[in-house]
Design a protein around this ligand. Sequence first.
Ligand code: 5RP
Length: 220
Amino acid sequence: MKDQEKKNAALEAVTYIKSGQVVGLGTGSTAYFAIQRVGELIKEGLTIKAIPTSEETKRLAMELSIPLIDINEVTTIDITIDGADEFTAGLQLIKGGGGALLREKIVASITKQQIIIADSSKKVEKLGAFKVPVEVIPFAATAVAHKLKSLNGAAILRTKNNTVYLTDQQNYILDVDFGLIDEPAALAKALDHITGVVEHGLFIDLASMVICGQGEKTET
Ligand code: 5RP
């Protein structure tokens, strides 16, 4: 059911894409369904230029013959479709479970219409049950983890296959438990000011809409 909800949300989101647009392609298992559909539409004649938010998405887009452009060729992106780990009714998000938060946030920051797609398990009253991913310069990992304690954050260094997880930019990720977050915008600002933090997974006021799979239907 979860996969069907993801797919339904993704298929609906893709209907917002128009020929001629520059399109940001998100990362993760929900974005996967959207990218697959974009690939089908390209074969049917849709003409877009896409910007992937991760190396993983870039590989998938290339397999599907989706035309790509370098993000440095544009200053705005018309529409981006991406997933989330948690979202609230106020459209605040936690992202970065898949490790792509830095490029995802850069893409979101220049996107005119940021569509978030999710299954119903991602909808929360308050953010924070999902640990906030914080991308850090490796040199600063311990120093940042220590500073996060003063914000009541318990940080765990992300690993994969028993080695430290490296992002597409060769940085580390600290997954940080802040408990339920009363003021996400204030926490985001505090994280922005820690030296050594490259970016974090609190996406504040970046989403234009969330399309959420809900059983057989979707909710926007
Ligand atoms: C990757 C992300 C993903 O969008 C997020 O983790 C959701 O992934 P999924 O759709 O697989 O649940 O932020 O950095």
